[in-house]
Design a binder for this molecule. Structure first.
Ligand code: PLP
Length: 436
């Protein structure tokens, strides 16, 4: 090319969650089974949209209006419905003007960071969900800035770490919370949320709270929404329909702006996001039309409660299988549908291995996968687990974390398959750590 094409931040984009899939496909191409534990797509795990929801969507498909553009901020009635739901929580009050629809939350995440000045940073949790950390890093042309979630304290944020980083880095303008969290399954307790709100107030920051899993909690926990605790601090809540309906292919998510009039700079960011969507005309319309019809249907809440109970039951099965494993730290989960398993210090060492029954797979592992430069120890384990037991998980080092471990999902609908997959993981861990 006449000139370099890419801007500097482009190299910060990475999405290991899908990267590992290429390797798993190599295994499948040899006719071997793969147990997919890499991605939070409920549909891939046979958790389908119920028929009654499909009927609502089918009716909408018959109407001519469904096929046109909508308001650039999103369908008015849907925004009114969502604003009323937030207001009913009794915290911050918003109107339909404070809601903006995107083509999935992934789109919203990319846009929110894109328009912030490169030198102004948003600090987010580590382990980090890579859609946030990559987009923030790409906007800043720098590695992500993170605060520690502590595996020795139920994955709660290390508040001292967060406080010190905010205090000593004047470039930090905002704090990201993912509640419930991906990849740890932790739900932020009320007192920690309140401390983060106070920290934002003290240093004049705004908050971003990704609440895509806000209605996916179990084991007796109800999460607090940002709207309930934020009081007068400016903030953005991010929500979507990929997980709770579940309709990830709808590509439909939205943001809610809280207290945009409390701060002129924050208000300018909100206006810029409104304008950016106007330039694109609008977000996908069919899911927006379906959203209030589905959520107001008397079958929705019982449906969600039953689904959450199923996830809770799976979390218990996984706990029974993995918590006795001496080499790892196991934390129970309360929200979203992931768990992050961390190896105890010193458990992973170079030279460890698993017996690979298939010689072709062994060849691919040794001549391709393990040839990566400076391969992280947990990535090495993950490759061996895939090669030896066919289980595809994501290494935690690729979630901007110094910890060694991997993320699994709680999505497998088939209990026998769930038990089989996690028994393979258990056997894999024990054989690997004992091998050298
Ligand atoms: C925390 C979090 N935020 C956002 C997203 C993206 O959601 P969407 O499908 O709406 O783009 C995901 C998807 O897994 C997620 O886990």
């Amino acid at each position: 090319m006449r000139q370099a094409l890419l801007q500097a931040g482009a190299s910060e984009l990475s999405y290991e969650i899908r990267g590992i899939v290429k390797k798993a496909h190599q295994i499948q191409a040899l006719g071997l089974p793969v147990f997919w534990e890499n991605i939070g797509d409920p549909i891939q795990k046979n958790n389908y949209v119920p028929d009654w929801m499909k009927e609502i969507i089918t009716q909408l498909v018959q109407e001519n209006d469904t096929y046109g553009y909508c308001h650039s901020k999103g369908v008015l009635e849907t925004r009114q419905f969502l604003a009323a739901q937030t207001n009913a929580l009794g915290g911050v009050q918003i109107s339909e003007e404070d809601i903006l629809f995107f083509n999935g939350l992934g789109d919203a995440i990319a846009k929110v960071y894109q328009y912030i000045r490169p030198t102004s940073r948003i600090i987010g949790p580590s382990p980090a969900y890579s859609t946030h950390s990559s987009a923030e890093a790409a906007h800043a042309n720098h590695q992500p800035l993170t605060y520690r979630l502590d595996p020795d304290n139920r994955w709660y944020p290390d508040m001292e770490d967060l406080y010190n980083k905010v205090r000593y880095n004047p470039n930090i303008v905002g704090i990201l919370i993912i509640n419930p969290d991906n990849p740890t399954g932790m739900v932020y307790p009320p007192e920690i949320l309140r401390r983060i709100v106070n920290l934002a107030r003290e240093f004049n920051l705004f908050l971003i709270c990704d609440e895509i899993y806000i209605n996916v909690t179990y084991n007796g926990v109800r999460p607090l929404a940002l709207a309930e605790v934020i009081e007068d601090v400016p903030g953005i809540a991010m929500r979507g329909m990929s997980k709770e309906l579940p309709w990830p292919g709808a590509r439909c998510g939205w943001v809610e702006f809280y207290n945009r009039n409390q701060d002129a700079e924050f208000n300018k960011l909100c206006e810029t996001l409104d304008n950016a969507k106007m330039i694109e005309v609008c977000a996908t319309k069919l899911p927006q039309l379906a959203l209030p019809l589905i959520k107001q249907d008397p079958r929705f809440l019982p449906y969600r409660e039953a689904e959450n109970q199923k996830i809770g039951r799976r979390s218990e099965i996984i706990r029974q299988i993995l918590s006795p494993v001496a080499a790892i730290k196991f934390n129970e989960t309360y929200g979203a549908f992931y768990n992050t398993i961390v190896f105890k210090e010193g458990m992973l060492r170079p030279g460890q291995y698993l017996h690979i029954p298939n010689p072709q797979v062994q060849h691919i592992l040794e001549t391709q996968w393990l040839m990566e430069e400076n391969i992280a120890l947990d990535k090495r384990f993950v490759y061996y687990l895939l090669a030896a037991y066919g289980v595809c998980v994501v290494p935690i080092s690729s979630f901007c974390s110094d910890l060694q471990g991997f993320r699994v999902t709680l999505l497998e609908e088939n209990e026998e398959m769930l038990r089989d997959t996690f028994s393979r993981i258990k056997t894999g861990i024990e054989a690997y750590v004992a091998s050298a």
